[in-house]
Design a protein around this ligand. Structure first.
Ligand SMILES: [Zn+2]
Ligand SMILES: [Zn+2]
Length: 282
């Protein structure tokens, strides 16, 4: 399976996953023009996307949805609550309403909805599998509930929210109300909660940890890197940011991970990475 973050952060999220010709997006929270620019750098043809899955209606997850899905006529899978909350009026033929625990097959991919605690109407996360490898996109987690723990335990590749540094949030300029919203159990998880969840639930099958959905106001890439990197010697470790797309990664059925293209300004650059760090016989 191939996967990358096109954008990740409290201002916009978009993740790409593919197996052969079957490609999907999870969320599209940056505008279509920027999605197209980043896809071009990664060598992704927007017309190759077969479905868009939406986790919830907050703007940082749907900003580019309407224009992109209409432009390329891509079906959208979304819960009734998220669709209602989005206030979007999409062409009926593009909207597929699904329960938050849905299992949807898109070609060789199975996409599984994972209900979560978050201050939205009917939110869920998604785990995507080709039957061998599980890639999990876990952001906007109010708390480390049993669903989150279960997913971490069964992930080969995990993109996990690491939203805020507790100190920066406490001392920052957000209102008391907003600070409490974030840490209420219905908002986001902190760096230390994400680390605890990771350390307590990681299994040997986990080969790649990507931290994402960093707050622009209350977190930094350096803090997340300092906190997590010492625990990631034996796995591939990345931080997905708002500023640019990640590399395109591929995990094969032997759970070997490589970088198949690097998002630089030459589309044709194919770099077979030296980051083949960990191989499993599982
Ligand atoms: Zn949200
Ligand atoms: Zn969000």
């Amino acid at each position: 399976m191939k996967y990358c973050s096109i954008a990740s952060g409290s201002n916009g999220n978009c993740y790409y996953l593919a197996k052969g010709e079957d490609a999907i997006l999870i969320d599209i929270g940056i505008n279509t023009k920027h999605v197209e620019i980043r896809m071009a750098r990664l060598g992704i043809d927007p017309a190759s996307i077969k479905a868009i899955f939406i986790t919830h209606e907050h703007t940082d997850h749907i900003r580019g949805l309407s224009v992109f899905s209409k432009r390329y006529q891509i079906p959208v899978y979304i819960t009734p609550g998220s669709y209602e909350g989005s206030r979007l009026h999409m062409p009926e033929h593009l909207i597929h309403l699904i329960p938050p625990n849905a299992q949807v097959h898109i070609g060789k991919l199975k996409v599984m909805g994972i209900p979560k605690f978050h201050d939205a109407k009917e939110p869920c996360s998604f785990v995507v599998t080709d039957g061998k490898v599980n890639v999990s996109i876990m952001t906007d987690l109010g708390r480390g509930c049993d669903n989150v723990k279960h997913v971490i335990q069964h992930s080969d590749v995990l993109l996990l929210e690491s939203n805020f540094d507790e100190q920066l949030l406490e001392n920052g300029r957000y209102s008391y109300f907003l600070k409490n919203r974030i840490r209420s159990g219905w908002g986001h998880i902190s760096n230390t909660t994400a680390l605890e969840l990771f350390l307590e639930n990681r299994k040997p099958r986990l080969k790649h940890l990507i931290l994402g959905h960093l707050s622009g106001e209350n977190n930094t890439v350096e803090l997340v890197n300092e906190l997590f990197r010492p625990h990631c010697d034996e796995i591939v470790f990345s931080i997905a940011t708002r500023y640019e797309e990640t590399e395109m990664f591929e995990i094969d059925e032997h759970k070997q991970i490589k970088v198949v293209s690097v998002a630089k300004h030459v589309q044709t650059t194919l770099v077979y990475s030296e980051t083949i760090i960990y191989t499993s016989s599982m």
